[in-house]
Ligand binder design. Structure first.
Ligand code: BTN
Length: 286
C-alpha cells in the first residue's frame, strides 16, 4: 500500500497570494536565517516541524498551510477548522524559564490583530493558558500549541520550540464549544494578510520573552484577561473552583477559592472553564 504524503505543495498562484518572499525578507530582519514555507495541504504544520527537528533539522522556519488534515490542539485534542490561518514556527529558544510562553504568544497575536485603542475595550481576549476569544463571552477564535524537544548541538544550549497557531477566519460549525472567526471583526480578512500581521509581532515577542520572561507581558496580558473576576473551575486533581484572580509574573493562574484561599495553577495541561455565576456551592476544595 502506498503511504499518503504528509504534505502537498501549494499551487504557484496560491503561493503568490501569500507574498512569502516579502514576509521572509521582513522576518529576516529579526531572525536572519529564518525560512518561510507554505504547504497546500499538510497533516499538521506542528507535526511536520517536530519531525524535522527529530531528524536533526533545527533551522528556524515558519511553515504555514492552506489546509490541515490532522490539526492538533492542546491536551491531545484535534484542532479542526476549514477556514483559518494555520502555521507553526520552529526555532531554538533558550529562555531562563518557559513559564508563561503561551500567554506571551497570545498577547503578541491579540495585539497584532487588535491593537490597543485608548478608549475601547479589546475585542480579542486571552483565556488562560492558550486560547484567544473574540469578545468576552467565551467564543474561541484561536489557540496556541507549544511543544519543545531537545535540540542537541545547538550553541548556546537551547530547546527546539514548535509554536503552532490556529486562528479562525470563519467560525467552525461542528464544534461542541462556541467559536468565532476573525471575519466577524474584519470582513475582508484573509489568511495571508493575518500572517503578515502576526508573524513579525510573534518574533518580536519571542525575543523579549527570551530576555525578560513572562513578566514583560504581564500587564498587557491583564488588559485582555478573559477570566479575571469570573467564577471558574479548573480540572486539577482534586478539581479547583473559585474566582479567577489574574496571573502571576510567571504566568501561573490565580484562583481564590470560596474559603478565601489562593491557589496557583502553573501547569498548562489543565482545562479551565467558566462556571455559572452563582455556583459557589458544590465547588471542591483544592
Ligand atoms: C488549541 O486550541 O488547543 C491549540 C490549537 C493549535 C492549532 C494550530 S494550527 C497550526 C498548528 N498545527 C497544528 O496541528 N496545531 C497548531
Amino acid at each position: 500500500m502506498l503511504a499518503m504524503p504528509h504534505t502537498a505543495p501549494a499551487s504557484a498562484e496560491t503561493a503568490g497570494a501569500w507574498r512569502l518572499a516579502a514576509l521572509e525578507a521582513e522576518l529576516r530582519g529579526r531572525r536572519p536565517d529564518l525560512r518561510v514555507e507554505l504547504a497546500g495541504t499538510c497533516d499538521s504544520t506542528s507535526t511536520r516541524l517536530l519531525e524535522r527537528a527529530r531528524d536533526g533539522d533545527t533551522r528556524p522556519v515558519l511553515l504555514a498551510a492552506v489546509r490541515q488534515s490532522a490539526g492538533r490542539g492542546r491536551m491531545g485534542r484535534s484542532w479542526v477548522s476549514s477556514s483559518a490561518l494555520c502555521f507553526s514556527l520552529g526555532l531554538a529558544l533558550a529562555p531562563k524559564s518557559w513559564s508563561g510562553l503561551s500567554l506571551a504568544v497570545g498577547v503578541a497575536l491579540a495585539e497584532a490583530l487588535d491593537p490597543a485603542d485608548a478608549r475601547g475595550e479589546p475585542r480579542l481576549r486571552l483565556k488562560w493558558p492558550n486560547d484567544l476569544w473574540l469578545g468576552s463571552e467565551g467564543r474561541k477564535l484561536g489557540g496556541v500549541l507549544i511543544e519543545t524537544i531537545a535540540a542537541p548541538g545547538v550553541v548556546p544550549p537551547a530547546r527546539q520550540a514548535v509554536i503552532g497557531i490556529g486562528l479562525n477566519l470563519d467560525a467552525p460549525e461542528q464544534l461542541d464549544a462556541p467559536a468565532a472567526g476573525w471575519r466577524e471583526a474584519e470582513p475582508g480578512a484573509d489568511a495571508p494578510s493575518m500572517l503578515a500581521r502576526v508573524a513579525p509581532a510573534l518574533l518580536l515577542a519571542l525575543d523579549v520573552f527570551e530576555r525578560e520572561g513572562f513578566a514583560a507581558f504581564a500587564g498587557r496580558y491583564a488588559r485582555r484577561d478573559a477570566l479575571a473576576g469570573r467564577r471558574i473551575a479548573a480540572g486539577t486533581l482534586p478539581p479547583c473552583s473559585g474566582a479567577a484572580d489574574g496571573v502571576d509574573d510567571d504566568g501561573a493562574l490565580r484562583i481564590v477559592t470560596p474559603e478565601g484561599a489562593l491557589r496557583r495553577i502553573d501547569s498548562g495541561e489543565v482545562s479551565v472553564r467558566m462556571s455559572a455565576a452563582s455556583s459557589s456551592s458544590g465547588s471542591s476544595p483544592c
